[in-house]
Design a binder for this molecule. Sequence first.
Ligand code: CDP
Ligand code: MG
Length: 526
Amino acid sequence: MKIKNEIQQAITEMGFVNLTPIQEQTIPLLLMGKDVIGNSHTGTGKTAAFGIPLLEMIDFTSDEIQALIITPTRELSVQIKRELSNISKYIDNCRIVNVYGGEIITKQFSQLKKKPQIIIGTPGRIIDHLNRKTMDFNSVKYLVLDEADEMLKMGFVEDIETIFTFTPSTRQTLMFSATMPKRIVELAKKYLVNPEVVTSVGDDLTNKDISQYYYKVKRENKTEAIYRLLNIYRPTLALIFCNTKAMVDKLTEELIQRKINCDKIHGDLPQTTRLDVLNKFHNGVIEVLVATDVAARGLDIKDVEAVFNYDVPEKADYYIHRIGRTGRIGHIGYSFTLVSKGEVRQIAEIERLSNSKIKKRTIPTYEKVLDVKSTKFIEEIKEIVQNESLEKEYTVLNQLVADNLREDEIIAALLKKLNALETNHKNIDDINEDFNTENKSRNRDDQVRFHLNIGKESNLTVSDILDFVTSHVKISKNEIKDIAILSTFSFFSVDKKYGPVVLDNLKSKKLKGKRIFISVFRKSRR
Ligand code: CDP
Ligand code: MG
């Protein structure tokens, strides 16, 4: 297959080392003039699969609209334009215009005056322009329906059929869809001529580079679960899906309150806001994006390492689309699905329909989160001490010392002010649920949990803790429960009747040569 040097050079620079299977199969067919139905899972490079041949075939010396690409959402229109602009970077006189609703139509008039050869837009606004005669499709040679299944679902069939009637019947028509419901096949039969069907779906509908996990938690603990998973996995960018706009609003609020750097997109937000938020997410200014299914359809964002399903999606194909936002070509990804009582059945259904394995996992304990956070915090502090100039800080420090404050007091007070370790975190319980049995955590209610400032880094073992406690307190080893040893600290629990003695007797004792600070981490709940 020969592709002109301008395109070759651009895609090399974009890092396309090899073409993906759908591209390998589709590009030659399109160059031969065939109608094509392309069906492959998300993130397999469908945009370039039609983009490369279109850019190869369009006559850029002409002023007429030759290619029309219809998409379900404005965001997707913008994204496809960006991708095609990259691929056509070295092609002279290539003009691409987006037309979508929510943007003042007069702005689009002036762009259309520049005589684009390629139009990318949403159905409603395209029809609007056709009715106003500000756009004319008499010279359209290539018509692409991207995310066709989604457009059907959104009720765009009639609009699409109307648009078809404005284009010459000699056009070449392409349809791309991640799934192939019957109505897509019917639409194709009506408007495509002897189409070649290209699939590269394979056995499983979902990408193999995605580790898929689910967690059983109560609805009211889902935000806490997301918070913990975000802190443990630390994805570069994370996308969280909710089933409703209201839930998107609520969750975003809750995460912002917990100081997570996040924002949201859904259909009720103004166009400019949505694009602005997406841009910020692209650039990493926002690290977590909360979205509804429709708003995030088809989006390609490079560094999304984790997709969360706050709600289990109502349909399996939504699940496939959602998790398709991560693990895109050459990247690994995670998907985390939170399952509450009423949603357990759907998970099995999704596994069956998507033919993939979703593994059950448990939400990490809050202790684990604290461990990861404090380790990271300590690293950051070391980094600052080693690499940054601290002159200004020292002037304040000298002042505090001059006022007779001890250095450890100053540091502790600063940590408090920084709220670095969130001492006021509300929910520190085990939030994993087993919906079949009664709550098993009851017996923990009369326990006191202690925190020790020593952990794995000091080679601490379980028997060290047992020996340490029993050598200072009259208590038998089997009464010391739930020992957890993390990197820089550890925990254990005892019956609350021992609480005061343990605290008194272990205070300032030495363990493995280190002076121990012991504190109560969690009191009994009654
Ligand atoms: O439409 P689909 O969900 O199949 O994927 P896309 O939105 O076209 O995203 C594919 C991503 O992979 C884009 O970021 C491309 O730049 C990149 N890519 C590609 O399309 N083809 C390659 N051969 C290599 C990378
Ligand atoms: Mg796509």
